[in-house]
Design a protein around this ligand. Structure first.
Ligand code: HEM
Length: 453
């Protein structure tokens, strides 16, 4: 599980629908059949958030909406849900496009960029707008991004090797993790204190502080902090990995890339980024996102803990049993998705997803603990993909491709790629003759603080 987790997971369905494994000293059960996974996800009272992953996350996020037990979940979800309703998300399409443009505007023809770092900049910027409007500023958003990246790197080993003593040793890696956690908490505390001093704003922090000040809703200052940390972590890392994986996969699949470029050129018709009205027409772009989420789901492994003795999958599980489910495992079952290793966006073109049996596609999970940001994430990744693909084709540099090592999430942590301009305007700008170059010469370039990658 630790050395080759994806291969290990894919080998399990051959042993049954519910398979016992060991995580260090701990016994755990992996649910391998989609129907059984849905049965578990529907019964959140019995299969509550718990097990090694959620114990680690709780140390970080407290009892925010991601980690809180069943008993407090409905109240928390109701508080946060309005900010992620489809109508709110549609209103943010422009801001999503702006974040994507500000990241790729600074790239130069032939430049080697780290796509993974650039996408983390993009998604941290987008989620921090939802939480804090623009009150963080570029420097603190960048610091936040670095902390978030360091924290998720340290989390996985703590999950699959749940032996606390190992992580108390002051090794450089343990110190880096602890420092990043401390900086993240401090950044959030500062943002809350500044807002309290500076007055109300219409964002998620504003909603949380209003609820905290209205004594009836039982929102403590600690909960305000925990919700912000929870949303920053979940809202930046997964969409960023989805985008990086998409660009990596597109570079290896020229036909899918060609169709993406053709669609983006037609739908945007000369504009630099899509509007909310364009989204329904970006059918192939969305299919690329969907197929990326199937092929390389950022959330690939989750744990639950049973709150009572229960008959499940033909076994008797005792109270406190650790149960795992893996979107990656379900997405790679040949019975659900023929040739699961192949990247085929056309699986998701009109009508074809209706064939998908048993709800085996669960990149955002299912049931009442389904991802709160699913609509936001789909819109954000589709807009970002279209905005970047309108300007740039990203190429893999020559040489071997490093295998992706899963951490607490799945996707490339570092992805060097070469920028190739797609439009005449950009080629001219690079040559110093076009309208972009003339604008840059007049001093309207992007500030250095927004450069990424
Ligand atoms: C491609 C991007 C994303 C993917 C693949 C993803 C995936 C998931 C998955 C699989 C879960 C369920 C975890 C479990 O069952 O234990 C989840 C939960 C959650 N996600 Fe996402 N997520 C994404 C983006 C986002 C964004 C952008 C936000 C918010 C800004 C967000 C907020 C949350 C929250 C709050 C939960 C906990 C929901 C609850 O328990 O009620 N996610 N996500």
């Amino acid at each position: 599980m630790f050395r080759r987790p994806l291969e290990f997971l894919n080998s399990l369905p051959a042993h049954g629908d519910l398979v016992e494994i060991r995580l260090g000293p701990l016994r755990a059960w992996v649910v391998c059949h989609p129907q059984l996974v849905h049965e578990m996800l529907r019964d959140t009272r019995t299969f509550d958030k718990g097990g090694p992953l959620y114990e680690r996350l709780r140390a970080l996020m407290g009892d925010g909406v991601v980690t809180c037990p069943h008993a407090d979940h409905r109240r928390q979800r109701r508080l946060l849900q309005p900010a992620f309703r489809p109508s709110h998300v549609a209103g943010r399409t422009d801001a999503m496009g702006e974040e994507a443009e500000s990241v790729c505007r600074t790239w130069r023809a032939g430049q080697r960029i780290d796509v993974a770092a650039a996408m983390m900049t993009l998604t941290t910027g987008a989620v921090s707008r939802v939480l804090f409007s623009d009150s963080l500023g570029a420097a603190r958003t960048a610091e936040m991004r670095d902390c978030l990246a360091a924290v998720v790197r340290g989390l996985f080993v703590r999950t699959v090797v749940p032996v606390d003593a190992l992580f108390r040793v002051p090794t450089p890696a343990n110190r880096r993790y602890r420092d990043a956690v401390a900086r993240l908490h401090a950044l959030v505390d500062t943002a809350v204190a500044e807002r309290r001093a500076g007055g109300a704003r219409d964002d998620l922090l504003g909603t949380l502080l209003a609820a905290a000040d209205d004594g009836e809703q039982a929102v403590t200052d600690q909960e305000v902090h925990d919700q912000l940390v929870s949303l920053l972590l979940t809202g930046s890392e997964s969409p960023s990995l989805c985008l990086s994986s998409a660009f990596g996969l597109l570079a290896q699949h020229p036909e899918a890339e060609r169709r993406l470029h053709a669609e983006v050129d037609e739908v945007l018709a000369g504009r630099t980024r899509p509007t909310a009205d364009d989204l329904p027409r970006l059918v192939h772009t969305r299919a690329v996102v969907h197929e990326t989420l199937r092929h390389s789901p950022p959330g690939w492994l989750f744990t639950r803990s049973t709150t009572r003795d229960v008959e499940f999958g033909g076994r008797r599980l005792h109270r406190g049993a650790t149960v795992l489910y893996s979107p990656y495992l379900l997405h790679h079952r040949p019975a659900s998705f023929p040739e699961p290793e192949r990247f085929l966006p056309e699986r998701w073109m009109a009508g074809r997803d209706a064939d998908e049996p048993y709800g085996a596609m669960i990149p955002f999970s299912a049931g009442s603990r389904k991802c709160l940001g699913d609509t936001f994430a789909m819109a954000q990744t589709t807009v970002a993909l279209a905005t970047i693909a309108r300007r740039w084709r990203l190429r893999r540099p020559p040489g071997p491709v490093a295998p992706v090592r899963p951490a607490v999430t799945l996707g490339p942590r570092s992805l060097p790629m070469i920028c190739e301009p797609r439009t005449r305007e950009l080629v001219e700008a690079e040559a110093g003759t076009g309208s972009l170059a003339r604008r840059a010469a007049r001093g309207s370039g992007t500030p250095a603080s927004r450069k990424a990658g």
